[in-house]
Design a protein around this ligand. Structure first.
Ligand SMILES: *Cc1c(COP(=O)(O)O)cnc(C)c1O
Length: 510
C-alpha cells in the first residue's frame, strides 16, 4: 500500500488528465488521472499509454541502490510467467508448489547448519521478504517470552528488543506494530555495526531477543555474531534469562555460507534460534520472496501456527498474508536446484571480484575513503575525504546524468555526521560496468572541481533575489561583504542539513 496525497501544486487542473501521442490513434479523449474513466478503452491503447509512461522509470539494471535481483535466466522467467495465475495459499490445488516451498525451507535450513537429522523436516516459512520474516520471528520471540514470564508469575507487559542503530527500518516497524520497545546500540566513529559488548549490557529480563545483522545495510559489514553469542551465553548462565539471538541475514544469508563457510554466525551458535534471509537479494530471485527459519520446532510457539487441510493431511502455516503469487517460490526453487552450492559460490565470488575492481578504481581517484569491509556482502561504500567544496549528494545527483542510481545517505546515530555513497554489486553488475562507473565518477569529480562550491552558488542565487544589485556569480569577496550573506549562508546550511536528515532511511537503505 502506498499512501498518496494529491497536491494541487504538482497536479493542477490541466494536469489531472493523461495524454498519449501514440494512443491518440485509438483514443480521442484524454483520460482522467485520479478517477476511474467512464468508458472502456481498447487493450492496445491501454498497453500503449501505460508502457509509454513507464519509460520514465529508471532502468532497474542501473539501479545500484538496491540489493534486489534485477536479472534472472529466461528459462526461469518462463516458469514465473507460467505460474503467475497460481495462488500459493491454495495448497490443496497446488500440492507441488507447496512441496517446492518445503524443499526450499529444508535446503536453506541445512545451508544455515540447522541441527537436523537425515530426513527430518526443517521449521520455516516462505514470506514476501525479510520484513515479513522478521515480523514472524519477532512475534515468536515475543510469545515465547510472554509464556515464560506468565509461567513464572512475572509481569509480561514491557518486552524489549536489542539491535544496533544500523538495523534496517523493518525492525522499527516490528517494534512499533507489535508494541515492543526497541533498544539500540549507537554506532560511533569508525565502528558502524552493533558492538556486541554494549548490546549484551542492554539485555535485561524483558529482552525478547538480540538481533544481529549479517550484512549491515549501510556498509555491508557482518556483525560479530560469534562474540555476541559468547557474551550472551555468559550472561544467560549468570541470570537464567535464556535470551536468544535472531540473525537478520537478509543480504548476507546467501553470501556467507558460500564465501566464508568457516565463519560461525548461524545455527552452529547456541543462542541463535531463528534467521531470516531475503530470497530476492543474494538468493537471486526477483522481488517478492523471503525466508524465516527456526532452529527447532520448540522455537516456534504452537499457538502461532494455523493449520490448513491439504490433500487430507495437515499443512501448518505461519504467515501474515493469506493469498499471494506462487511464482517467486517456484523461482527460488529453480535457483537452488539449477545453481547448487558451486553455482551460488561462483556467482558470489564473481560479485566480490567486481566489487574489488570498483573499490580499487574508487581508491585510485585518491578522493575517497572506503567504508565497506573486505569481508561482508559485496558492497562498496565510500565517502569523500574533502567535503569542503562539494558533498556526496552532489556526486549522486551528477551520476544520474550518466544513468547511474547511486544513493547518498548518512550513517545511523551516533555516526550520522558521516555521509556515504553505496554501490551494491549484484550478479548483473559486470566488471565492464564497474570500470565505466569509475570512469563516470572521475568525470563527475572533474566537472565538480571546475565549479564553485554548491553552498556559495546557492547563497549567491539567494542574494541575487534579495539584493537585485548583486549579480549571480558575483565576486565571492563582494558577496561576503554583504550584510545578508551570513544570514543566507546559515539558512542555506540549515536547509542542507534538513535535506540530509529528512532523506535518511528512505534514501538507498533497502
Ligand atoms: C533488505 C533488508 C531487510 C528488509 O528486507 P526485505 O526483503 O526488503 O523485506 C531487512 N534487514 C536487512 C539487513 C536488509 O538488508
Amino acid at each position: 500500500m502506498v499512501l498518496t496525497t494529491i497536491s494541487e501544486s504538482r497536479h493542477g487542473a490541466e494536469d489531472s488528465t493523461l495524454h498519449s501521442t501514440f494512443a491518440s490513434r485509438y483514443v480521442r479523449t484524454s483520460l482522467p488521472r485520479f478517477r476511474m474513466p467512464d468508458q472502456e478503452i481498447s487493450k492496445e491503447a491501454a498497453y500503449q499509454i501505460i508502457s509509454d509512461e513507464l519509460m520514465l522509470d529508471g532502468n532497474p539494471r542501473l539501479n545500484l541502490a538496491s540489493f534486489v535481483t534485477t536479472w534472472m535466466e529466461p528459462e526461469c522467467d518462463k516458469l514465473i510467467l507460467a505460474s503467475l495465475n497460481k495462488n500459493y495459499i491454495d495448497m490443496d490445488e497446488y500440492p507441488v508448489t507447496t512441496e517446492l516451498q518445503d524443499r526450499c525451507v529444508n535446503m536453506i535450513a541445512r545451508l544455515f547448519n540447522a541441527p537436523l537429522k537425515d530426513g527430518e523436516q526443517a521449521v520455516g516459512a516462505g514470506t514476501v521478504g525479510s520484513s515479513e520474516a522478521i515480523m514472524l520471528a519477532g512475534l515468536a520471540f515475543k510469545r515465547k517470552w510472554q509464556n515464560k514470564r506468565k509461567a513464572e508469575g512475572k509481569p509480561y507487559d514491557k518486552p524489549n528488543i536489542v539491535t544496533g542503530a544500523n538495523a534496517q527500518v523493518c525492525w522499527e516497524k516490528f517494534a512499533r506494530y507489535f508494541e515492543v520497545e526497541l533498544k539500540d546500540v549507537k554506532l560511533r566513529d569508525g565502528y558502524y555495526v552493533m558492538d556486541p559488548e554494549k548490546a549484551v549490557e542492554l539485555v535485561d529480563e524483558n529482552t525478547i531477543c538480540v538481533c544481529a545483522i549479517l550484512g549491515s545495510t549501510y556498509n555491508g559489514e557482518f556483525e560479530d555474531v560469534k562474540r555476541l553469542n559468547e557474551l550472551l551465553e555468559e550472561k544467560n548462565k549468570e541470570t537464567g534469562w535464556n535470551t536468544p539471538i535472531h540473525v537478520d541475514a537478509a543480504s548476507g544469508g546467501f553470501v556467507a555460507p558460500f564465501l566464508y563457510p568457516e565463519l560461525e554466525w548461524d545455527f552452529r551458535l547456541s543462542c541463535v534460534r531463528s534467521i531470516n534471509v531475503s530470497g530476492h537479494k543474494y538468493g537471486l530471485v526477483y522481488a517478492g520472496i523471503g525466508w524465516v527459519i527456526w532452529k527447532s520446532r520448540l522455537d516456534l510457539p504452537e499457538e502461532l501456527i494455523f493449520h490448513v487441510n491439504y490433500l487430507g493431511t495437515d499443512q501448518p502455516t505461519f504467515t501474515l498474508n493469506f493469498s499471494k503469487g506462487a511464482s517467486q517460490i517456484i523461482a527460488q526453487y529453480y535457483q537452488l536446484m539449477r545453481l547448487g552450492f558451486e553455482g551460488y559460490k561462483s556467482i558470489m565470488e564473481n560479485c566480490w571480484s567486481n566489487a574489488k575492481i570498483l573499490r580499487d578504481g574508487i581508491l585510485e581517484t585518491g578522493r575517497f575513503d572506503i567504508l565497506s569491509k573486505d569481508v561482508g556482502v559485496p558492497v562498496v561504500a565510500f565517502s569523500l575525504k574533502d567535503k569542503s567544496q562539494h558533498d556526496e549528494y552532489e556526486i549522486a545527483e551528477h551520476l544520474r546524468r550518466y544513468g547511474w542510481t547511486v544513493p547518498a545517505y548518512t550513517m545511523a546515530p551516533d555516526a550520522q555526521h558521516v555521509t556515504l555513497l553505496r554501490v551494491v554489486i549484484r550478479e548483473d553488475f559486470s566488471c565492464t560496468l564497474a570500470e565505466r562507473l569509475v570512469r563516470d565518477i572521475r568525470r563527475v569529480l572533474e566537472y565538480l572541481d571546475a565549479r564553485p562550491p554548491k553552498l556559495i552558488e546557492a547563497v549567491s542565487a539567494a542574494l541575487t533575489e534579495k539584493e537585485p544589485a548583486m549579480k549571480k556569480g558575483a565576486d565571492p569577496q563582494l558577496l561576503r561583504s554583504s550584510s545578508v550573506f551570513d544570514k543566507t549562508l546559515n539558512s542555506t546550511r540549515a536547509f542542507n542539513v534538513w535535506k540530509k536528515h529528512s532523506l535518511h532511511k528512505t534514501n538507498g537503505v533497502c
